[in-house]
Design a binder for this molecule. Sequence first.
Ligand code: ADP
Ligand code: F6P
Length: 327
Amino acid sequence: MEKKVTKIGVLTSGGDAPGMNAAIRAVVRTGIYYGIEVFGIMHGYSGMIENDIIPMHSRSVANIIQRGGTILKTARCKEFFEYEGRKKAYNNLKKLGINGLVIIGGDGSFRGAHKFSNEFDIPCIGIPGTIDKDIAGTDFTIGFDTAVNTAVEAIDKIRDTADAHDRLFIIEVMGRDAGYIALHSGIATGAEHILIPEHKTDIEELIDSLTEKERRKKLVNMVVVAEGDNFGGAEDVAKVVKERIPTADTRVCVLGHIQRGGSPSCLDRLIASRMGYSAVECLIEGKYNVMVGIVNNKMHYTPMERAVKAKQKITEEWLKVVKILAS
Ligand code: ADP
Ligand code: F6P
């Protein structure tokens, strides 16, 4: 029979995402509601290894639901890739009697959790927290909605100045391996072209299309590029565009980390609250080593081994929409 979970550790790992604080708050308050002791593990897996672990109370998570970043801090921890590091982490948890873990992070953090739960007798529940939205088994990841709205607000502003000068803008948004921010923000701002890692960029096709627009004096043109596009980032694309279409007045804008910060949107606060609550319920009910997600507005549980492998796909139909609407 599975052991009863009495003490939970919660941590945030990998890139931060707006709404992580709302998830921490939900884990802490749900745990306390069910009589479970909750510990905050600082700086992701580093805190587990360094024993930087603090008791959490209802008041520890007061006044954080509206704040971006993460009160537990986050980190990328090299030592956790090694068995020795994970063993050290396990020993620290064992000493404190922690017998359940909630990991808020992206697929990398889940890969770490998957290894850890296979090696040691501590069940792990994953909560998808990443602005990239590249995790399968959930319609939402915490932080994506806020990040994409930040990008939309910024691109709208770029359009104003682009329009004033009749310029061509190449705008880079985040997404090392994923094009969701580019796709959603690009469609929502009426970008002419969207370049994403999931779809091989045909630079000749882009040049032909922009040349044709230049010929018919289309005044504002915006190309939104995901930073991880297979051709390169905004600077790489702009270099070719400037060479091949010298008459276009081309500028580059890299939005960067502003997309990761800021107060979480209502949607991110809501999904974070539901996922945090549900993660604790999973530990109580013995639904171990799963990632909590939301699919069709219902909680959905994906085994960790699948969550670390499957990526959320982008269908060709999305790109057809971009092409038709941007003509
Ligand atoms: P994200 O969770 O946002 O995808 P990373 O890929 O940087 O972020 O992963 C966060 C941390 O998770 C890493 O720094 C490391 O500590 C841990 N991790 C990632 N992949 C593995 C792995 N294969 N084995 C063990 N730990 C891992
Ligand atoms: O995974 C989230 C993300 O913001 C990616 O879109 C980006 O490529 C990466 O993190 C940047 O991470 P950092 O600047 O923290 O190394």
